[in-house]
Design a protein around this ligand. Structure first.
Ligand code: PEP
Ligand code: MG
Length: 586
């Protein structure tokens, strides 16, 4: 609990720029509603299993929070780690687990009610102890119990629409699906304890233009009782209960950012062209339908990556062909004839869609498991529905089909067969579809695909280089894990060589290629990518003006010479210096 009016600063990872100031809302706080009902004898085992799942899940959460706390330097990190350890011990201590199971069996009550009674009894017995240290443990027990109940009753979807306007949401963790439910007109900003800078929650925040900080250790415990919070999504700090001076400083900074935004708006109709007249195609990455308006407002040449996962998130069942068609139709029409690159479903890994829950088994190593195209090929009906929706929407405007996480030529061939079959079926039924059929491209985001780019270029119509996953898989660093975030670096020579190799293979095969990972939207990397031969970039719509501004100051010849110098280096630090020095001058 913080003392009222005491300012506390939490450091985290700034993942979505902008400054938000507003009332705090702690997502896990608030009164717990505890359902109570009797379970039948035949349901007892199932109820015990449900409880066991909640215990496991709570344990996993606490362990991650504790490990995160321990990486925070100083005494506060140590204290926090010890506190979380205490919660963990309460949770895994056999007394609590055995007690709850006994109540489920003997009193035939549901797990939530059993946890509630057991916790009250244990907390009461602690509170009675003469030793003040032990008596204080009663709070730890209640805390562990509240977590268990939250995990037992957890609603699959969060409701943010009822929160006060402009509030700052603080939570342990948000999934990409949670973030997708935040309306930027309503939510001021958000901050979490867990999460990495290149995970999809971060990407979603950037797309929505909501200032966000992830990986801020101790935040949820430290911010209790806070009134006002500042989220500095560029600098990566969260300030709880700011003093009047701090508040004034951040209000001024927020104003400066607003002025910059207005200046950027003037770039909208200027071409993305270098000083020596090389034209660069700038498109938008889109996660949600509302972003097409933003893409148009920032002058995007089209949608270079439409992540179709949004249609499958925050719902009980997957959408059928017709629903997908309707949603895609609106987006294609909104782009007024500009090309829309629709990526087939990329679920699995950290992107778990609730509606596919049963089909997405808990893999031992989800990022290497049944993700993306592997999942689609395993579920032909889902793939056929999606392809049918895309082909139909192709009658309303130019579309391209993009396949995620391709590793082999046979995967592309198999999807092409599905496309041909679905097209024949639709034509037989006289349903209007794209004519000719849309180009079929592939994401290059697995190192093996980059190394086999020459072969893949023979079966693909275009490449989209996904540097987010390419970096993750090349360096074996989870893009969504805040603990290894400092190691994640697209400037690693191995990643750069794979980008270069892919670009050269595409140029040899004369097929179009783009970069659509997050580095495409960061002006720091623009000169390097252009120097490697990239002429097509796709990024969060809000990044378009900044990248365009960078392009208009560059000379392609100078960028090429610098890229060549960079590619001769083996040391990340040296590469970064060469790039940053060039950026400072040109
Ligand atoms: C990528 O991996 O770089 C990419 C653009 O796809 P996503 O971020 O959706 O995985
Ligand atoms: Mg990817």
């Amino acid at each position: 609990m913080v003392e009222r009016d005491r300012e506390i600063v939490f450091d985290g990872l700034g993942v979505s720029p902008g400054i938000a100031i507003g009332p705090a809302h702690l997502s896990e706080a608030g009164a717990l509603t505890i359902p109570e009902y009797t379970v039948r004898k035949s349901e007892i085992d199932a109820e015990k299993a449900r409880f066991k799942l909640a215990v496991d899940r709570s344990g996993r959460q606490l362990r991650r929070l504790r490990d995160r706390a321990r990486t925070t330097h100083g005494a506060s990190g140590e204290d926090l780690g010890n506190l979380l350890d205490a919660y963990l011990q309460m949770l895994t201590g056999s007394r609590l687990v055995r007690g709850v199971e006994r109540r489920i069996v003997e009193a035939r009550v549901n797990a939530e009610a059993a946890v509630q009674s057991e916790i009250s009894e244990i907390a009461h017995s602690f509170a009675e102890l003469p030793d003040p240290y032990m008596a204080a443990r009663a709070d730890d027990v209640r805390e562990a119990g509240a977590r268990l109940i939250r995990n037992l009753t957890k609603a699959p979807f969060q409701a943010f629409s009822t929160l006060p306007h402009g509030c700052i949401i603080l939570a342990e963790e948000f999934s990409p699906a949670d973030a997708a439910l935040m309306d930027p007109r309503h939510v001021g900003g958000f901050a979490t304890v867990l999460g990495g800078p290149e995970g999809h929650t971060a990407i979603m925040a950037r797309s929505l233009g909501i200032p966000a900080v992830l990986g801020a250790s101790g935040l949820t415990l430290g911010a209790r009782g806070a009134d006002t919070v500042i989220v500095d999504g560029g600098g990566g700090t969260v300030i709880v209960n700011p003093t009047a001076d701090t508040l004034r400083e951040f209000v001024e900074r927020r104003e400066a950012l607003r002025r910059e935004k207005r200046r950027f708006a003037r770039l909208r109709d200027l071409p993305a062209i270098t000083r020596d007249e090389t034209e660069i195609q700038l498109s938008a990455n889109v996660e949600l339908p509302l972003e097409t308006a933003l893409a148009m407002r920032h002058g995007a040449a089209g949608i270079g990556l439409l992540r179709s996962e949004f249609m499958f998130m925050n719902r009980e069942t997957p959408p059928d062909e017709e629903e997908q068609y309707q949603k895609l139709y609106e987006m294609v029409v909104a782009m007024e004839g500009r090309p829309v690159t629709i990526r087939t479903l990329d679920v699995g890994g950290e992107k778990l869609a609730y509606s596919l829950g049963e089909q997405l088994s808990e893999a031992v190593n989800p990022a290497l498991g049944l993700r993306a195209i592997r999942f689609s090929l395993k579920h032909p009906k889902l793939l056929e529905d999606q392809i049918a929706a895309i082909l139909r929407v192709g009658a309303a405007g130019p579309v391209r089909i993009l396949l995620p996480m391709i590793a082999t030529t046979s995967e592309v061939r198999r999807v092409r067969e599905v496309i041909d079959t679905v097209a024949r079926r639709l034509k037989r039924r006289r349903v209007p579809i794209a004519d000719p059929l849309p180009p079929v491209g592939i994401m290059i985001e697995v190192p093996g695909a980059a190394l086999a780019a020459d072969a893949l270029a023979r079966v693909a119509d275009f490449f989209a280089i996904g540097t987010n996953d390419l970096t993750m898989y090349t360096l074996a660093i989870d893009r969504a894990d805040e603990q290894v975030a400092h190691l994640y670096n697209p400037l690693h020579p191995a990643v750069l060589r794979l980008i270069q190799f892919t670009a050269e293979a595409a140029l040899r095969a004369r097929i179009p290629f783009s970069v659509c990972g997050e580095i495409a939207g960061d002006p720091r990397y623009t000169a390097l990518l252009l120097g490697l031969g990239v002429r097509d970039l796709s990024m969060a719509a809000s990044s378009l003006p900044r990248v365009k501004q960078r392009i208009r100051k560059l000379e392609i010849n100078a960028a090429t010479v610098r890229a060549q110098a960079i590619m001769e280096q083996g040391d990340i630090g040296r590469i970064a210096t060469l790039l940053d020095d060039f950026n400072a001058l040109a």
